[in-house]
Ligand binder design. Structure first.
Ligand SMILES: [Zn+2]
Ligand SMILES: [Zn+2]
Length: 324
């Protein structure tokens, strides 16, 4: 049977052909206004910027708009073109219809790209050492921080390093997002024995509210075992350091102490002397003592205890030798 409307095609349903059924379907839609960032390709829809998968955000937006304005839509396929979106709509009754929805595209640099070009920052991490000398620990800490921020940036474009400044005494790292500072410091704390101090300063006002910048001073403990430090009239030898804890020996009492970061750094220790480590060859063990010879100057020393190995490192302080 021929279609009762056009009289040309075969009837499909209720005496009407598919072409006529399709042309009877009206699709209502709003014109789409979007802003595209020419630098990174992110898209602004309804005042909100979409940085990750902006095309998906646009398709979701268009689908929701079409579903709101039309009944009985079963499925929507989008195809993005330069200034329109091609949409294929499947209705509940199986009839499909293709529409092109015009798009008004304006171009504007997004807030993140504005921040990047303006060297924007919310926090500074100042990497320093306990000894105040430049150490390789500063460089590995910097690499750790930069890698952390790169990882955060995958999910949040506001996470970025806006500047790295090399100084004689350390490195300053400027961060685009304030909260990242606490996260990278927590990661540093799991790898190093560190002191952390934060100060905030007023950077200006935004929407009537005070905006603060945070400066985190990180001091990484950088002394080798055997180094001599001083606090409150007493000298100590550094025995070992690990994240969160330090072992030191009170040299007048010959007593070992373990301190956490808070206790250690609030005790105002000062460096007296870096480690003087010497290699000694074991000559003889006699009952409770061991005789050893300095590998370099052949000095002979005797220390308490039996040493099983052929040679050992001893740490000198005030003509006394210590095993760590
Ligand atoms: Zn027809
Ligand atoms: Zn951008």
């Amino acid at each position: 049977m021929k279609c009762i409307l056009c009289g040309i095609n075969e009837a499909y349903r209720d005496g009407i052909c598919i072409e006529c059924l399709t042309s009877m379907k009206n699709v209502s839609y709003d014109k789409i206004n979007i802003t595209v960032c020419p630098k990174c390709g992110s898209i602004k829809i309804n005042k909100r910027w979409y940085y990750n998968n902006p095309d998906d955000a646009l398709f979701n937006f268009v689908s929701r708009m079409l579903e709101k304005k039309n009944n009985s839509i079963k499925k929507i396929y989008n195809y993005l073109k330069d200034d329109y979106i091609n949409v294929n709509i499947v209705f509940d009754d199986g009839i499909e219809k293709n529409v092109s929805i015009p798009m008004d595209v304006s171009r504007e640099s997004c807030p993140v790209c504005n921040k990047l070009t303006g060297s924007y920052y919310e926090a500074i991490i100042q990497l320093r050492t306990f000894s105040r000398d430049r150490s390789h620990l500063i460089d590995t800490a910097r690499d750790n921080i930069i890698n952390d921020i790169k990882r955060y940036n995958v999910n949040d474009p506001n996470s970025f390093v806006s500047k790295v400044v090399n100084l004689k005494e350390g490195i300053d790292i400027y961060l685009g997002k304030r909260d990242d500072a606490a996260k990278v410091i927590k990661n540093l704390d799991s790898k190093y024995f560190i002191d952390t101090k934060v100060t905030k300063s007023l950077a200006g006002k935004k929407d009537g509210k005070d905006v603060f910048r945070y400066t985190h001073l990180i001091r990484i403990f950088d002394l080798e075992p055997g180094s001599i430090i001083f606090s409150r009239g007493r000298n100590y030898m550094v025995k070992s350091v690990e994240p969160g804890n330090i072992n030191i020996m009170d040299l007048s009492l010959k007593k070992d102490l373990t301190m956490d970061e808070k206790t250690f750094f609030s005790s105002n220790f000062d460096l007296i002397r870096r480690s003087e480590k010497r290699r000694f060859i074991v000559i003889s063990n006699n009952g409770s003592e061991t005789e050893l010879m300095d590998e370099k100057n052949f000095n002979i020393v005797t220390i308490k205890g039996i040493i099983k190995s052929d040679s050992i490192d001893l740490y000198n302080y005030n003509d006394e030798y210590y095993i760590i």
